[in-house]
Design a protein around this ligand. Structure first.
Ligand SMILES: Nc1nc2c(ncn2[C@@H]2O[C@H](COP(=O)(O)OP(=O)(O)O)[C@@H](O)[C@H]2O)c(=O)[nH]1
Ligand SMILES: [Mg+2]
Length: 353
C-alpha cells in the first residue's frame, strides 16, 4: 500500500524544501545561552534545534539578559508563503484520495508548527517531515479495539459481530478470514449466512465453513436474514461457541428497503459490534459509505479490504479521522491468512516516515 502516495509525498517535500531554500531569505537568529540550556534540558541532548522567538522574548523579558551564545541561520515562512508551498503537498494528498477534512487538518497542524517561526536553515526539511508525520499519526487516535479481549471478556456467550457494507466489498471473504484468525487464537466461531439475496452467497459461506471447519447456520434464499441471525446466535449459545459472525447482503444507502432490512437484523441480533467492510481502493467513497451506514447502525470498527491492490491508500489515511472509528484489520489478498491487524506504526513506516 501507499506506493504512489509515498512517492508523491516525498516528491512534494523535496520540492517544498527546494522552494524554501531558493525563495525564502535567510535571517540570523540569536540563540541565548539560557535558551540553549533550556533546550538541552528538554531534549536531553546538545542541539540548537529551532528556537522560537517566543522563547527568546520570554528569556529577555525575565531580565535574564544572557549573553548571545550563537547566531544561527534561519528561515521564516510567512502565512502566504506557507499557502503557496503547501499546495505541493495538497495536490499529492488529493491525487491519492486523501479526504479533504484530513488535508485541512494536516494544513492546520503544519501551519502551527511552521508559519512565522525561525527554523534553522538546515533543519527545515526534517522539521516539515516530522510535523507531517505527527499530524498523520494523530489521525489514528480513534479508540483501539482488542477484539479477542472483547470476545473473551463478554460474560454471556456468544459475542456477536455483524458485517455490513456495499456489494462486493469483501464481506464474505473477510468473515472467513476473521473466522480463521479467531480460530487461530483459540476462539470458537460460528458463521451466519445472512446474505439471503444472492444465490451464490450462502454457498460461498458454506464452502468457507467446510474448508475452515467452522459451523455455518443458513436458511433458504430469500428468507429473512434477521431470522437466520437469530438461529445462529441460538445455536452458538447451546453449543457454547464464543463468537458469531453474521454475513449480510451488500447494500447502498440509497436503497431504503435494504437499509431497513439491515436495521432489523441489528435489532434482532443485537450485535456487540458492527463492522463496516469497505474497499480500500475506492478512496473517498469508502469514507462516505461508513458515514452513510453510520446513520442507520452504529459502526464499531472498520475492515479495509484489497489493500494489496491499493497503491494510493487515501482511505486508510482518512477513514478513522473522518468517522472516528478504528480500522481493525486490513485485508491484503484472497487467502484466509491475508488479513492483518491494523498497526499505525507499520502504516507510518510504509509511508516512508
Ligand atoms: N485482492 C483482494 N481481493 C479481495 C480481498 N477481499 C476480498 N477480495 C475479493 O473481492 C471479491 C468480492 O468479495 P466478497 O467477499 O464476495 O464480497 P461481498 O460481496 O462483500 O461479500 C472476491 O473476488 C474476493 O476474493 C482482499 O483483501 N484483497
Ligand atoms: Mg457476500
Amino acid at each position: 500500500m501507499f506506493k504512489f502516495l509515498r512517492d508523491k509525498v516525498k516528491g512534494a517535500l523535496d520540492r517544498i524544501s527546494k522552494k524554501v531554500e531558493e525563495e525564502v531569505p535567510e535571517e540570523k537568529t540569536e540563540i541565548l545561552e539560557e535558551v540553549i540550556e533550556k533546550k538541552k534540558d528538554a531534549d536531553k541532548k546538545i542541539s540548537v534545534k529551532p528556537v522560537g522567538e517566543e522563547e527568546i522574548k520570554e528569556v529577555k523579558k525575565k531580565g535574564l539578559l544572557g549573553k548571545i551564545k550563537e547566531t544561527i541561520s534561519t528561515k521564516k515562512i510567512s502565512p502566504e508563503k506557507f499557502d503557496e508551498i503547501f499546495e505541493e503537498l495538497e495536490i499529492a494528498l488529493l491525487e491519492n484520495n486523501v479526504a479533504l477534512e484530513v488535508i485541512d487538518k494536516i494544513r492546520d497542524d503544519l501551519k502551527v508548527e511552521i508559519v512565522d517561526k525561525p527554523i534553522s536553515r538546515n533543519d527545515f526539511s526534517s522539521k516539515i517531515s516530522d510535523s507531517l508525520k505527527k499530524s498523520i499519526s494523530d489521525l489514528f487516535d480513534a479508540e483501539k479495539i482488542d477484539l479477542i479481549k472483547k470476545i473473551r471478556d463478554k460474560q454471556e456467550k456468544p459475542y456477536v459481530i455483524c458485517f455490513v457494507g456495499v456489494n462486493g466489498s469483501g464481506k464474505t471473504t473477510s468473515i472467513a478470514k476473521v473466522a480463521n484468525y479467531l480460530k487461530d487464537k483459540g476462539v470458537g466461531v460460528l458463521m451466519v449466512a445472512g446474505d439471503t439475496w444472492r444465490a451464490a452467497s450462502i454457498q460461498q459461506l458454506e464452502e468457507h465453513g467446510k474448508k475452515l471447519n467452522v459451523k455455518v447456520i443458513k436458511h433458504n434464499y430469500g428468507s429473512d436474514p434477521a431470522a437466520v441471525a437469530f438461529d445462529g446466535i441460538k445455536s452458538a449459545k447451546s453449543n457454547n461457541i464464543d463468537a458469531v459472525l453474521i454475513d449480510t447482503a451488500g447494500r447502498q444507502q440509497s436503497n431504503k428497503d435494504l437499509m431497513r432490512e439491515m436495521e432489523k437484523i441489528i435489532r434482532v441480533a443485537k450485535p456487540d459490534m458492527n463492522i463496516f467492510v469497505g474497499e480500500s481502493i475506492t478512496g473517498n467513497d469508502c469514507v462516505v459509505q461508513v458515514q452513510e451506514f453510520g446513520d442507520f447502525v452504529e459502526i464499531g470498527g472498520i475492515i479495509l479490504t484489497k489493500s494489496d491492490v491499493d497503491e494510493k491508500g487515501g482511505a486508510a489515511i482518512s477513514v478513522s479521522y473522518v468517522t472516528g472509528k478504528p480500522i481493525l484489520f486490513l485485508g491484503n489478498g484472497q487467502e484466509y491468512k491475508d488479513i492483518e491487524e491494523f498497526d499505525k506504526e507499520k502504516l507510518l513506516n510504509s509511508l516512508g516516515f
